[in-house]
Design a binder for this molecule. Structure first.
Ligand code: AMP
Length: 309
């Protein structure tokens, strides 16, 4: 089985929506990614937490089969993030970011992780993403994500990352920020010039679109939900389902990538139905299969070729 290495944040999130709020719940880009990807492939988590990080969360990761050899436990406090959503939940504002232990994170990989074939550089300082890239031995596929903070404050490092990855998964808002281009097709073309072979632009509640260097385009809608509780982590869960599936197939031809997007999409739809990993941690094969078959009926997307094993 192909393993996936993810480097990103493990965090305490405080979130406010128009209907509810949650304080200091488990979050972070690597957390959501790992909890989604583990449904398909073994996951190796590279991150840092502080002395305030509860043991039962570590156990929860391990109980879900996530390898924690790359998780550093440090003396300081765990990374904290606070965000608020507008009525239109595609719009989010960061209220507070406390880097805490992240400031001393060296991102040194355990030796046994260096030859991991599939790699996801989740949202974290591009400095650290580059450090991880330097330690890897010939991975088969490298994907990355980023956020507005790094586009604004660390663009040169981010550009170096983009030159070295195969695939970039980014939100529409960030794609626009990166290229100063509000048309999604033009923005995609500009980003592909920066290096990655392919690009997925996430459009929140509207779905996701793939663009490749070979001019392939594939668009899917989001699964329509009546009750979105908290969109935090949707993008990372999408990426987890997506890359988890690719690693399990050990292939990234267009058809496999299209199927992987469908899985990522379905898994993200569960993530947003609760705070933190509430819903993500309860997904089973049966639950996934049912929603997938609903989605295929709704969209008429190649029903014969996508199935949950
Ligand atoms: P998403 O909703 O997919 O963009 O991911 C949300 C997650 O990103 C939250 O759980 C946060 O803890 C995490 N996050 C927020 N700000 C940062 C940051 N500056 N670096 C890394 N992760 C962050």
């Amino acid at each position: 089985m192909n393993s996936i290495l993810v480097i990103g944040t493990v965090a305490f999130d405080s979130i406010k929506t128009r209907l509810a709020e949650a304080n200091d719940v488990l979050g972070g880009s690597a957390t959501f990614f790992a909890m989604a990807a583990r449904l398909f492939s073994p996951v190796r988590l590279v991150a840092i937490v502080g002395k305030d990080f509860p043991h039962n969360y570590l156990k929860m990761f391990e109980d879900h089969g996530i390898d924690l050899k790359g998780l550093v436990r440090s003396e300081g406090l765990t990374f904290r993030w606070k965000g608020e959503y507008e009525e239109n939940m595609n719009v989010r504002h960061t209220l507070e970011t406390h880097l805490n232990v992240l400031e001393d994170f060296a991102a040194d990989l355990p030796d046994s992780y260096r030859n991991t074939p599939y790699v996801f550089l989740a949202n974290i300082n591009p400095d650290l993403q580059l450090k991880v890239l330097d330690q890897l031995e010939k991975p088969k596929l490298i994907c990355c994500d980023t956020m507005n903070l790094w586009i604004i404050h660390q663009r040169p490092d981010l550009e170096k990352v983009l030159q070295r990855v195969d695939m970039f998964i980014v939100s529409e808002e960030e794609a626009e920020m990166l290229t100063k281009e509000s048309n999604i097709v033009k923005a995609a073309r500009e980003i592909l010039k920066m290096g990655p072979f392919s690009l997925i632009i996430k459009r929140g509640g509207y779905g996701a679109i793939l663009f490749t260097q070979q001019k392939e385009v594939f668009a899917i809608p989001a699964y329509p939900l009546e009750n979105v509780v908290d969109p935090t982590g949707a993008g990372d869960s999408f990426a987890g389902g997506f890359l988890g599936y690719l690693a399990s197939r050990d292939s990234f031809d267009l058809e496999t990538v299209q199927r992987a997007m469908i899985y990522g999409n379905i898994i993200a739809s569960f993530a947003v139905e609760g705070f933190s990993i509430e819903k993500l941690s309860t997904i089973t094969r049966d639950i996934l299969r049912n929603r997938l078959s609903d989605f295929l009926i709704m969209t008429h997307l190649a029903p014969a070729s996508v199935h949950v094993e």
